[in-house]
Design a protein around this ligand. Structure first.
Ligand SMILES: Cc1cc2nc3c(=O)[nH]c(=O)nc-3n(C[C@H](O)[C@H](O)[C@H](O)COP(=O)(O)O)c2cc1C
Length: 394
C-alpha cells in the first residue's frame, strides 16, 4: 500500500506534517546578500499554505561560491535574517531547509578572492564573460579541502539559524555536480576519472556536514538524473551516486536534472521566456548575447507532468532510502501517483509559486491542481523584483 502524502511523516530525524516539500526556487529576495522581509514573508506564506517543509534556495557556502555578487552567502551576518525565516515557518507548522551550494566555474561574481573562478578542470565560463571571468581554472588539493570545510561550517551556521534540514546541491551544474559530471571533470588525480573518484568530493562534503551537524539535522542531497547533454552525467552514474549517498546515511535524495550553464530549461521544461529574460538582464553584453544567441544556446523542452518519473524510477529500484520525486508535479493526482510509485516525498516548485495554498487545497480536496501553465516568467521575475507568479496580474 502506498503512503498517504497528506499524513505526518518522518524525514530522517525531522517530523513533517505531510510529504510535500517546497523545492528551492531562487527567490531574488536578498538585496546586498541579506535576507529581507520579502524572503521571510515568501516562506511564511508557503508554510501557511500547508507544505510539510519549505526550502530556502541557493545559499552559497562562501563568498566565492556565489554565482553573482548579490547572492546570499553563509556568514554570521545573515543569521538574524535567516532566524526570522525559520521562526516564521515554524510558527505556521512547517519545517525549514536551507539549500547550500557552491558555483564552482559557473559564476559572474566580480568580487572573487581569486582572479579567475575555480572548479574541477579548466573550462570556458560563458556566463562570466561580461564580468571578466571568461575562463575557470582547476582547483588544487588545498582548495578542494577548503570547500569541504566551507560546506561543514555553512551547515553548522544553518542549524544555528534554526533550520531543520540542509539540502546539499549536487546537481544542476554547480561545483559538486561539475565534479560528478564526466563533461566538466577531466582531472587525472583522485578526484577525476572513475565515478568513484568523481564522487569523492561530494561524499567528503556529505561526511563533513554530518560530522558537524550530528544526527538531529536532516541532510538532503539534490542530484542529477541526467545532465541533459551529450557527454554529461547519465542515469547509470546517477544510480551509482544514489547508492553511494545511501551508504553515507543521507536522509533523502531530491532527484532532478539539468546543467544550468548548458541545459537550463532541462531543469524546468515548458516555455523559454527569452523576451522577459532579456528585459531583466542588467549587462548590455549579456542582453546582446541573449538576443542573438539565446534561441540557439537555451534549448526548449516540452513540459510534461512528472517529467523526471521515468529516470527516477530506475533510482527507486536501486536504493531503499527515502527519495523525493520532483519535476512537473502539479496536482493531487500527480502526488498520489508518486506515492504509488514508491517515492517517499514529492517536491514542488512552480506549482507552489503559482498557488501557495495548493498543499492545503489538495489535502482538503478544495484545490486539486495548480494553475501554473509553465510560462516560466517566474524565472525572469526572480531577477527583477523577486520570484512570483505573473498569473496574479492577469
Ligand atoms: C524561478 C525558479 C528558480 C529556481 N531556482 C533554483 C535554485 O535556486 N536551486 C535549485 O536547486 N533549483 C532551482 N530551480 C529548479 C527547481 O528547484 C525545480 O528543480 C524545477 O523548477 C522543477 O520543479 P517544478 O516542475 O516543480 O517547478 C528553480 C526553478 C525556478 C522555476
Amino acid at each position: 500500500m502506498s503512503q498517504d502524502a497528506f499524513a505526518p511523516a518522518r524525514l530522517g530525524p525531522v517530523g513533517l506534517r505531510n510529504r510535500v516539500i517546497k523545492t528551492a526556487t531562487y527567490e531574488g529576495m536578498c538585496p546586498g546578500g541579506m535576507p529581507s522581509d520579502d524572503l521571510v514573508e515568501h516562506h511564511r506564506r508557503l508554510a501557511e499554505g500547508g507544505v510539510g517543509m519549505t526550502t530556502v534556495a541557493y545559499c552559497a557556502v562562501s563568498a566565492d561560491g556565489r554565482t553573482f555578487a548579490e547572492q546570499m552567502h553563509m556568514h554570521e551576518g545573515v543569521l538574524p535574517g535567516l532566524r526570522r525565516v525559520t521562526d516564521a515557518v515554524h510558527r505556521e507548522g512547517a519545517a525549514a531547509s536551507l539549500q547550500l551550494g557552491h558555483c564552482g566555474t559557473f559564476t559572474k561574481n566580480k568580487a572573487l578572492s581569486t582572479v579567475l573562478p575555480r572548479g574541477p578542470s579548466l573550462v570556458v565560463n560563458e556566463y562570466g564573460i561580461a564580468a571578466g571571468k571568461p575562463i575557470a581554472l582547476a582547483m588544487r588539493q588545498g582548495e578542494i579541502a577548503a570547500v569541504v570545510a566551507e560546506f561543514a561550517r555553512a551547515a553548522d551556521l544553518a542549524v544555528e539559524a534554526g533550520f531543520d534540514a540542509v539540502e546539499l546541491h549536487l546537481g544542476h551544474g554547480y561545483l559538486l555536480s561539475q565534479f560528478l559530471s564526466p563533461a566538466s571533470n577531466r582531472r587525472h588525480d583522485a578526484y577525476g576519472g572513475s565515478l568513484e573518484n568523481r564522487a569523492r568530493l561530494p561524499l567528503e562534503v556529505v561526511r563533513a556536514v554530518r560530522a558537524k551537524v550530528g544526527p538531529k539535522t536532516a541532510i538532503l542531497c539534490k542530484t542529477n538524473l541526467r545532465d541533459g547533454f551529450r557527454g554529461g552525467l547519465e542515469l547509470p552514474d546517477a544510480v551509482g551516486v544514489a547508492r553511494a549517498l545511501e551508504a553515507e546515511g543521507v536522509d533523502a535524495i531530491v532527484l532532478s536534472g539539468g546543467f544550468t550553464s548548458k541545459t537550463p530549461f532541462f531543469l524546468f521544461r515548458g516555455r523559454r521566456p527569452l523576451a522577459e529574460m532579456i528585459a531583466v538582464e542588467k549587462s548590455q553584453l549579456q542582453k546582446l548575447a541573449l538576443r542573438f544567441f539565446g534561441k540557439k544556446v537555451i534549448r526548449e523542452y516540452p513540459f510534461e507532468e512528472m517529467f523526471f518519473l521515468p529516470e527516477a524510477r530506475e533510482v527507486r529500484r536501486a536504493v531503499r532510502m527515502p527519495l523525493v520525486l520532483l519535476g512537473g508535479i502539479v496536482s493531487r493526482e500527480n502526488v498520489e501517483r508518486a506515492m504509488a510509485e514508491g517515492f517517499d516525498f514529492v517536491a514542488m516548485g512552480r506549482a507552489l509559486i503559482a498557488n501557495p495554498d495548493l498543499v492545503r487545497g489538495m489535502a482538503q480536496r478544495t484545490l486539486l491542481r495548480s494553475r501554473c501553465n509553465h510560462c516560466n516568467i517566474c524565472v525572469a521575475e526572480m531577477d527583477r523584483s523577486g520570484v512570483r507568479c505573473v498569473l496574479e496580474d492577469r
